[in-house]
Design a protein around this ligand. Structure first.
Ligand SMILES: Nc1ncnc2c1ncn2[C@@H]1O[C@H](COP(=O)(O)OP(=O)(O)OP(=O)(O)O)[C@@H](O)[C@H]1O
Ligand SMILES: [Mg+2]
Length: 246
């Protein structure tokens, strides 16, 4: 049986037979503020704790903000700074990518994204190798859509990204931004068709007495190589990580 890689979310591994089958590329999709970045931080952090180094490639937030937000949401995640220093966790934000790849920290983020991702198959492999990474996060894929003239070109890019990550042997989470946090308003973009798994995050409107609040819920829509729960479950942000509530 294929080795399983923890999602880093308490209770979620149990919904898919013990975790993500190693080497799968999983799309994590959700609307704004649904917890995508926190989820992926927990994924990389918990795997780093288990001796699997990881990389976060963030095209939007800078590395300091990602770390600050994670520390604030998860005060019980100790040793983050040590992990960053030792390279157990590597965060490539836009500035770091520009410098590392093109020796030019003054490109615009859009120029960077275009140059990096249009040749992603050659660019991403050395970064993974250097960090000895076993997990990778790309935050996020949706902003790259504007660089491709049509769905066909974008789909080709998604295939090439998927193949490069697969070849590198990493287990990946690729974030996709949905315009709505609602389950009933789901639409599928090209990136959804080139992955081995799909996890959705929603902010569902409450009902009855809770009608004026929203509930965070999570759903495993697809996961190749394993059976998985088809139930949408509520989850919470707790000091020790994201947890499925029972
Ligand atoms: N300390 C905290 N405790 C509880 N919840 C928190 C805490 N910090 C942040 N959150 C929640 O997490 C949300 C942000 O999470 P995150 O940045 O992972 O979302 P995202 O889906 O990546 O958002 P975006 O689409 O803007 O990138 C906040 O809107 C807030 O609801
Ligand atoms: Mg985010």
């Amino acid at each position: 049986m294929r080795e399983r890689i923890t999602t880093g979310v308490d209770g979620l591994d149990d919904m898919m037979g013990g975790g993500v089958p190693k080497g799968n590329q999983v799309l994590l999709a959700g609307g704004p503020g649904t917890g995508k970045t926190l989820f992926t931080f927990a994924f990389v952090y918990k795997n780093a704790q288990l001796g699997r180094p990881g990389i976060i490639i963030s095209l939007e937030e800078n590395a300091e903000d990602i770390v600050e937000n994670a520390k604030s949401a998860f005060p019980e995640f100790t040793g983050i700074d040590d992990m960053l220093r030792s390279g157990e966790i590597t965060i490539y934000d836009a500035k770091k990518l520009m410098t590392a790849l093109f020796g030019n920290p003054d490109m615009t983020r859009l120029e960077l994204a275009e140059r990096f991702f249009k040749s992603v198959s050659t660019q991403v492999a050395p970064i993974i190798k250097e960090a000895h990474a076993q997990t990778i996060v790309i935050d996020n894929m949706t902003i790259l859509r504007i660089f491709f003239k049509d769905d066909w070109e974008y789909r080709n890019f998604a295939v090439s990204l998927h193949d490069s990550l697969k070849e590198a042997g990493v287990t990946g989470i690729i974030i996709s931004e949905l315009s709505s946090p609602q389950r009933s308003k789901l639409t599928f973009e090209q990136e959804f068709f080139e992955v081995d798994g799909i996890i959705m995050l929603y902010l569902r409107e409450g009902s009855g007495e809770g009608a004026d609040t929203r509930v965070r819920t999570i759903e495993v829509l697809e996961m190749r190589g394993t059976s998985h729960s088809l139930r949408t479950m509520p989850y919470e942000v707790t000091p020790h990580g994201l947890c499925i509530s029972r």
